[in-house]
Ligand binder design. Structure first.
Ligand SMILES: NC(=O)C1=CN([C@@H]2O[C@H](COP(=O)(O)OP(=O)(O)OC[C@H]3O[C@@H](n4cnc5c(N)ncnc54)[C@H](O)[C@@H]3O)[C@@H](O)[C@H]2O)C=CC1
Ligand SMILES: O=C(O)C1=N[C@H](C(=O)O)C[C@H](O)C1
Length: 252
């Protein structure tokens, strides 16, 4: 039998970090060797001999964590949101100088959410209109969600590849924010409501019809199969992987 994968969790006292600690403790073939939160020294990851670190912290620190992990030769699985093309580019560039090290950054590890995004990319070319609505618990610090950004970016790429023009919208007068955020030409709306966990609807419209693709995470355990999949596969994927879709053979 092969040695278990030694895993460190960053943000271990948070909602996702605590769920990940439990999932790693209960899963086969992985071993929790470090659980860090704010104020802890990141050197504990290497001191513990971790092969993989899972980061569920805050947007302001996650990139710095990844660079330090890459320097230490530790693979990273990152669920923290707040990444953009520039920060991802810096990590991609850093990894060219760290052969063999893998980093997976995924805005959503729930298998249903990853499938929803794939279905939305597939459907996007056939619909004139599309909008994304994400709905979350009110303790979330970023809006729109990383998932909604990733969804909208994928839809925008699919529309451009199909030669579709802008989404129709005659609005010339509105209160600030009434039409949501513009992510690559796709409108994204964010709802924050006590009682919710993480939810998303993709609305696609044509004359006389609408297709709704909806995903609900009712519990943070929904993210764990995807986190464990990434932990098990990241060492075999040197360089940067963005999104879980490649690991599920769903295409970009
Ligand atoms: N990719 C995915 O599937 C999912 C991603 N998320 C994202 O994960 C992130 C965390 O979400 P939650 O757990 O709900 O937040 P949270 O606020 O419950 O947890 C964040 C934790 O990070 C800790 N932290 C802050 N600075 C740190 C540092 N320098 N080093 C170590 N720990 C530090 C905090 O003390 C806190 O315990 C968010 O960006 C959220 O959007 C959340 C759910 C699923
Ligand atoms: O903060 C959360 O809770 C979530 N964050 C991620 C995001 O911003 O997309 C993933 C999921 O939606 C839950």
């Amino acid at each position: 039998m092969s040695e278990p994968i030694r895993v460190a969790v960053l943000g271990a006292s948070g909602r996702m970090g605590a769920t990940t600690v439990r999932a790693v403790q209960e899963a086969e073939g992985v071993e929790l060797v470090a659980a860090l939160d704010a104020g802890d020294d990141l050197r504990a990851v290497t001191d513990a001999g971790a092969h993989v670190a899972v980061d569920f912290t805050v947007p302001s620190v996650t990139e710095e964590h990844v660079h330090r992990l890459v320097d230490a030769g530790v693979h990273a699985v990152v669920g923290t949101t707040g990444w953009d093309d520039v920060s991802l580019g810096r990590v991609r560039d850093h990894l060219t100088r760290a052969p063999g090290v893998g980093v997976v950054v995924a805005p959503n590890f729930a298998l249903g959410a990853v499938l929803s995004m794939a279905f939305a990319r597939q459907a996007a070319r056939w619909f004139e209109s599309v909008e994304v609505v994400e709905l979350h618990h009110p303790d979330k610090v970023d809006a729109p969600s990383g998932t909604a950004r990733h969804t909208a970016q994928g839809i925008a790429r699919a529309r451009a590849a199909a030669g579709l023009g802008p989404v129709p919208d005659a609005t010339t007068q509105s209160l600030d924010g009434a039409r949501g955020a513009d992510v690559d030409g796709v409108r994204v709306h964010a709802v924050r409501l006590r009682g919710l966990v993480a939810h998303e609807e993709i609305l696609l419209g044509n004359p006389g019809e609408m297709l709704t693709i909806r995903h609900d995470s009712f519990d943070r355990v929904s993210f764990m199969p995807g986190v464990l999949l990434a932990v098990r596969r990241v060492a075999d994927r040197p360089g940067l992987t963005v999104g879980l879709e490649d690991l599920l053979d769903l295409g970009a």
